[in-house]
Design a binder for this molecule. Structure first.
Ligand code: NAP
Ligand code: F7E
Length: 361
């Protein structure tokens, strides 16, 4: 049987790396778009690139989502069966600082691909996945959010993703393109970008425990998120494109926790018990008990987490929890609700990474 060909934009990102592994495992030929950068940006996929097993099935191409001609030419030369549009300026807080760029890449980026599929007459051949986001729900309208919940985006990022969501649906309905939205809730992993809150916490708490840093500064401690594992969500991205009918799906765990709780669990993993004192901008976490068997370099009564206004957003999505019943029914989605395992994996991986980088210098 002829191998399937996939094209992944955003292949150097967290999700792109897991999806590339999954598709290669399924015997696909995988093409990915990477940005030209003056520093290395392929750390998450170097292990794939260097694996001789994939030499004739894994290809990287320079490109940028803001460059229509390049997007069109790449799709023309690759003629993929499946396109996964994962490329995005994906940082919500940053989108308030660079709203125009965020919109160009995230909103028009999706349009550029859909237009390429249409202009190149690939409608019957090429299926399209759009990385939509729970950020679309924003100021939530339903207690838990499903495919039927109305959207109320609260950031330039979310607004740009709303355009991409609708243009995907519009091209499906207007031109019969097999185009689907995966409305994915937050998903994390050891490969998560270091400025997203979970990874920022797992890195900082490890550094504090090793005596390399004194304090972690965070913004809104009370945000509630539905956090899953990125590897599980990559499988759902693929499954969404394997259905008989193009549809949109919410993917979530159905459990939510606060940023504050995430911090507590990371500390607990290293045998550090904290107590929160103060209110608002003065709120901080103080060490009250240490498990001496874990040999952490923190002192009792020291403050290891503080709040900084710098990390507050002009508007923040405070409360998200997904209802993924449709994905459970149609995609066989089994939400892994165990936040503890995710934290354990991230904490162990970050400790290793920190110790390795110390050894290097
Ligand atoms: P990520 O780690 O930030 O990866 C984003 C990818 O997009 C990177 O490969 C990045 O390249 C690339 N990119 C950024 N701007 C680009 C441009 N102008 N042209 C070409 N490529 C560009 O994000 P992720 O967590 O893997 O998320 C994947 C997608 O799912 C994103 O669209 C995100 O918005 C969406 N999403 C994520 C979540 C989540 O919780 N992770 C939830 C819902 C939706 P560099 O490596 O060079 O920066
Ligand atoms: O923030 C709060 C912050 O940046 C989570 C992206 O993948 O998921 C992600 O967007 C919450 C927010 O993720 C800090 O205010 C507190 O309420 O980890 P985050 P996000 O904004 O939910 C969605 C689904 C996407 O689609 C996006 O692409 O944590 N928070 N203190 C903080 N957040 C950060 N980053 N840094 C802090 O210091």
């Amino acid at each position: 049987m002829k191998k399937k060909i996939a094209f992944i934009t955003g292949i150097t990102g967290q999700d792109g790396s897991y999806l590339a592994e999954l598709l290669l495992d399924k015997n696909y030929i995988v093409h990915g778009m990477k940005r030209k950068s003056s520093s290395f940006n392929t750390q998450r996929i170097d292990h794939i690139y260097e694996n001789k097993k994939y030499k004739n099935r894994f290809f990287l191409h320079y490109g940028d989502m803001s460059d229509s001609l390049r997007v069109l030419n790449l799709i023309n030369s690759i003629k993929p069966h499946e396109i996964y549009n994962l490329a995005a300026q994906s940082h919500v807080a940053t989108s308030f600082e660079i709203p125009e760029y965020t919109s160009d890449v995230n909103a028009l980026g999706a349009l550029r691909i859909l237009e390429a599929i249409r202009r190149l007459k690939l409608i019957k051949k090429t299926r399209f996945y759009q990385a939509s986001s729970s950020e679309l729900f924003g100021e939530i309208q339903h207690k838990s959010q499903s495919e039927k919940t109305p959207f109320y985006p609260l950031s330039p990022y979310a607004v740009s993703k709303l355009y991409a969501y609708w243009i995907t649906k519009n091209y499906r309905e207007s031109f019969n393109i097999f185009a689907c939205n995966g409305i994915l809730f937050n998903h994390e992993s050891p490969r998560r970008g270091e400025t997203f809150v979970t990874r920022k916490i797992t890195l900082a708490i490890n550094k504090i425990a090793l005596g390399l840093e004194k304090c972690l500064y965070l913004g809104n401690l009370y945000s509630l998120r539905d956090w899953g594992h990125a590897r599980d969500y990559a499988l759902m991205q693929w499954k969404i494109l394997q259905q008989n009918k193009a549809e949109d799906f919410v993917v979530a765990t159905g459990k939510q926790y606060s940023v504050k709780y995430f911090v507590e669990r990371c500390c607990k993993f290293l045998g550090i018990k904290i107590k929160w004192i103060g209110k608002g901008i003065k709120e901080r976490a103080v060490v009250v008990e240490i498990d001496n068997t874990k040999k952490v370099k923190v002192r009792k009564n020291s403050t290891i987490v503080r709040v900084s206004e710098q990390y507050f957003r002009p508007l923040d999505v405070r409360n998200l929890i997904g209802n993924s019943k449709k994905a459970q029914r149609k995609l066989g989605w089994k939400p892994n609700k165990n936040l503890g395992n995710l934290i354990k994996e991230m904490m162990i991986s970050d400790r290793k990474e920190i110790l390795n980088s110390i050894k290097k210098y």
